[in-house]
Design a protein around this ligand. Structure first.
Ligand code: CA
Length: 650
């Protein structure tokens, strides 16, 4: 078993403490996940076994704060146990009914009999969540500042990584990074640190042939900053706080908390296969609603002109065409993207909203989050950054019947930015508005915490398919990663499922535009694979006559909310086969990023008997729809490279 270098070094300095090390443990309800906690060498540490196999070697715990150094010289002085049970329903995540069962262990570490903190572990059959509780050293201390966290992850030898590098601060387009829009590296070796700035959560690790671990965090509100994962040269990883330069240098990187007070939950999802990773609900299991919904929020499908026609389409006429398109599709919304304030104007937007409502469609409107944190010039600006302007705007949005807002260009994980996210959400709730974030951080438990939180980008999304041919060329590779990583911990506003062959307004290959490499069936599949309760698809009005009618009909009817999820087969970055259920209807779907055709045999126990639509691709990616009968015998499907299949039960 490999041990962290830092632990080993300190152990040799403190041989006397080694002999008096104390240990405690928490075991999952099914007995398979075991967390061991110790104070060997005065270092708070934990390790994890799955089914008796080490999944995480001795890894440090602890915090460095202005009221005490809780990283060394600590003694494990007390251990308390209880069980946790939570049954809840959420309409906007991967499954509608969740039954969370975990065993909890609280471990108290003390120093000199004065300073103390606790580590609270909650261990369910495939997830570990833990957080710190910091206590005041005396009655006068009410707050503390956390400089750093030594929380670490030391994986066994032979572990490989699936990671998304964190972006440098105040870089990229108009100095808007970090915005979680970086390409993943799959099956890599540990010992690196991305581009020098660590990695964005969630982070996936393959423990050789033994299994998988997904590392993330949840429950991040203005009560703390969001974190990243720093890769160490010895192959271990450590929780890292935001970078000083983020948010134009404003706000601190070192979060402040009241004492006693908590840090967010660090989470690990693990198993000997990928089903626990794809099906996990841990981001939502351990968080609490921050306010009650002011209205009954309903989720929706819609269109947006910007993804195909870009800024030139932000005109009254184009948006009216998209309203008609959404109406023809039976969709509920049109997202009007950046610059509508100057290119369309407020009066005409009110007129467009009235026109849309006459067609049974509502508008969602784009906003710049700025402010003073980056150079993004797109309007409307300087509205969402302050409560007085924001609330006045939201009152107007409600008065003209707008359904929701998309707020863009945040670029920071600092505590002050978490405050901005929550302020926008809480104010929008007062006016019954749904909120989608772009150019943003990963939402960490927000689907349950904030009832009007609809979706977030935090991914190299569909706009990049428009921007560069390389993204189109590697679309299937990334699509085969998201269900295992980014999209499994949070809703993902990808804005995809294009049926244009070319990303230009005329869908004309003789004109400039990136070329889609994936099939139409692949596009249908991602509408199921990529989970977001509010979807703005990349279909365009021309698709009503230039795309196959079966594809258009599928996109009219595909659900955006789901009752159940089932992982069937796959490997991150190579292929994925999974099922989602909405009501009585199952959608079993898969895509393939590998060069050869993937032959899949579906276990008949996965499928209810009866009629179903099968959408599939020929070797040359010609799609077709046929009606099949599910009789209880195995179903064989072939998925060519860049292709897909969908079985939709009838
Ligand atoms: Ca973006």
């Amino acid at each position: 078993m490999k041990r962290l270098l830092i632990t080993a070094a300190i152990l040799s300095l403190l041989p006397a403490l080694e002999s008096s090390a104390r240990e405690g443990s928490v075991i999952s309800p099914d007995g398979k996940v075991k967390v061991l906690v110790s104070d060997r060498g005065g270092i708070p540490a934990y390790s994890v076994e799955y089914d008796g196999i080490p999944f995480l070697c001795d890894s440090p715990l602890g915090l460095l704060t202005d009221i005490g150094d809780f990283t060394c010289g600590m003694e494990l002085s007390e251990e308390k146990h209880s069980s946790v049970k939570d049954d809840y329903s959420l309409p906007n995540i991967k499954k509608s009914e969740v039954h969370y069962r975990a065993n909890s262990g609280t471990f108290t570490f003390t120093k000199d009999g004065l300073s103390r903190f606790e580590v609270i572990f909650q261990v369910s059959d495939s997830d570990i969540a833990f957080r710190y509780k910091v206590y005041a050293p005396n009655q006068d201390t009410k707050v503390c500042r956390v400089y750093s966290e030594s929380t670490g992850y030391a994986f066994p030898e032979g572990t490989t990584t699936f990671l998304c590098p964190q972006m440098p601060p105040m870089s990229g387009f108009a100095r808007t990074t970090p915005s979680y829009e970086t390409a993943y590296t799959a099956d890599d070796t540990p010992g690196k640190n991305g581009d020098g700035y660590g990695y964005t959560f969630p982070c996936l690790f393959r423990i050789g042939e033994k299994g998988w671990v997904l590392v993330s965090e949840t429950g991040v509100s203005p009560a703390y900053c969001a974190s990243r994962l720093i890769g160490n040269p010895d192959g271990s990883y450590t929780v890292g706080y935001p970078m000083e330069e983020e948010y134009n240098g404003n706000g601190t990187s070192a979060p402040g908390i009241p004492v006693p007070g908590y840090t967010p939950w660090r989470t690990l999802t693990l198993g000997d296969n990928l089903a626990p990773i794809v099906e996990t609900t841990i981001p939502f299991d351990v968080v609490e609603r921050q306010y009650e919904p002011k209205v009954d929020y309903t989720y929706s499908k819609g269109s947006w002109s910007w993804i195909i026609r870009m800024d030139d389409s932000i005109t009254f006429e184009d948006q009216k065409e998209y309203v008609d398109f959404s109406a023809a599709m039976g969709w509920q919304t049109v997202l009007v993207d950046n610059w509508w304030d100057t290119r369309i104007g407020r009066e005409k937007i009110a007129e467009l909203s009235a026109y849309a409502r006459s067609k049974g469609v509502q508008l969602c409107l784009w906003y710049n989050s700025n402010g003073y944190w980056n150079d993004a010039p797109q309007g409307p600006r300087d509205i969402m950054n302050r409560p007085n302007t924001r609330r006045k705007e939201m009152e107007w949005l409600r008065s003209i019947g707008v359904k929701g807002i998309k707020v863009d260009f945040f670029g920071s994980d600092k505590q002050v930015t978490m405050q901005l996210y929550e302020d926008i959400l809480a104010d929008a709730n007062d006016f019954g508005l749904l909120v989608v974030f772009h150019g943003c951080t990963l939402p960490r438990g927000w689907e349950r915490m904030y009832p009007n939180f609809a979706s977030a980008e935090a991914v190299l999304a569909s706009e990049n398919l428009h921007f560069t041919q390389e993204r189109c060329d590697t679309e299937a590779f990334h699509a085969c990663l998201h269900p295992f990583i980014r999209n499994t911990v949070a809703v993902m506003d990808f804005g995809g499922s294009a049926l244009n062959k070319v990303y230009n307004a005329d869908n004309d290959p003789s004109k400039p535009g990136t070329v889609r490499r994936t099939s139409d069936v692949f596009a249908l599949s991602t509408a199921v694979l990529f989970q977001s309760p509010v979807q703005h698809f990349a279909l365009a009005p021309n698709n009503l006559h230039d795309a196959p009618s079966w594809a258009v009909d599928f996109m009219k009817n595909v659900p955006t909310t789901w009752d159940e999820v089932k992982f069937i087969d796959g490997y991150p970055g190579k292929f994925i086969v999974m099922g989602r259920r909405s009501g009585e209807k199952w959608f079993i779907t898969g895509i393939n990023a590998e060069s050869g055709t993937k032959e899949i045999t579906l276990d008949p126990s996965l499928l209810p008997r009866g009629r179903a639509n099968l959408y599939s691709d020929s070797p040359s990616l010609e799609g077709k729809k046929e009606t099949i009968r599910l009789t209880g015998s195995p179903i064989k499907v072939s998925i060519p490279c860049n292709g897909g299949f969908v079985i939709e039960t009838l």
